[in-house]
Design a protein around this ligand. Structure first.
Ligand code: ATP
Ligand code: MG
Length: 214
């Protein structure tokens, strides 16, 4: 599960745990992205801080692991490169599942070398408030018959497994709708509003100790 995790919050942790159980995964790797070399619409917090917050947040779950693979590679993070590295790391023996929310997966057509990425691993996509599963019709290599499944998911079906035209699994999972977003958390901190109960206490303390986002 990749992300900027700027900062990590209960939305991330909750879906990771839910997916781990539903897809019977041995573990979930949290992979914070590297700091983009160029500024985009906002300045991403330094990788060291984001990595440390992910470490703090995941420390209590024996099934959660943190990987600094993208941060160590540096530059712009490309998921296809990350997955290639993970395949090498596990000697091709691990079944890799790429976990994203609907919002992120709906954009995958814009990712670098998506054609190859979709051949390399399986995908698990969880619901996110404001983003119907139907948005996934924009995903390359989704089979026409899967479109009906997307509508069923939006109508309340709890989960479904489809196959992409690349042969890889696409697991769709309805989760509780935790409408927590890092963008909102950053805005709350800037304006002095509480972020308590939206992320782990340890992460909140870290943010305050390092005066992040204010
Ligand atoms: P930002 O607002 O800065 O984009 P974010 O909260 O969306 O932050 P990201 O690091 O962009 O967090 O997200 C990483 C992954 O976690 C993405 O796949 C995203 O879809 C998923 N995700 C984040 N928050 C939630 C949530 N509340 N519910 C479900 N999925 C989430
Ligand atoms: Mg996001």
């Amino acid at each position: 599960m990749g992300g900027t995790f700027d900062p990590i919050h209960y939305g991330h942790l909750y879906i990771a745990e839910e997916v781990r159980q539903a897809a019977r995964l041995d573990k979930v790797l949290f992979i914070p992205s590297a700091q983009p070399p160029h500024k985009t619409d906002f300045i991403v917090t330094s990788s060291d801080h984001r990595l440390e917050m992910v470490r703090l947040a995941t420390a209590g779950n024996p099934f959660f692991e943190v990987s600094a693979i993208e941060i160590e590679m540096g530059g712009t993070s490309y998921s296809v490169r990350t997955v290639e590295q993970l395949i090498n790391k596990y000697d091709g023996k691990a079944g890799l599942y790429f976990i994203t929310g609907v919002d992120a997966f709906a954009e995958i057509a814009t990712w670098f070398d998506v054609e190859r990425l979709l051949t390399l691993c399986h995908f698990v996509v969880t619901s996110r408030p404001g983003y119907p599963f139907r948005r996934l019709e924009a995903v390359p290599h989704i089979k026409p018959e899967t479109l009906a499944l997307l509508d069923e998911m939006d109508a309340g079906r709890p989960c479904a497994t489809a196959t992409l035209e690349t042969g890889r699994d696409l697991i769709l999972l309805r989760t509780l709708q935790l409408d927590i977003a890092a963008t909102d958390l950053r805005a709350r901190i800037r304006s002095g509003r509480s972020i308590r109960y939206l992320l782990p206490d340890s992460v909140e303390s870290y943010i305050m100790a390092h005066s992040l986002y204010s």
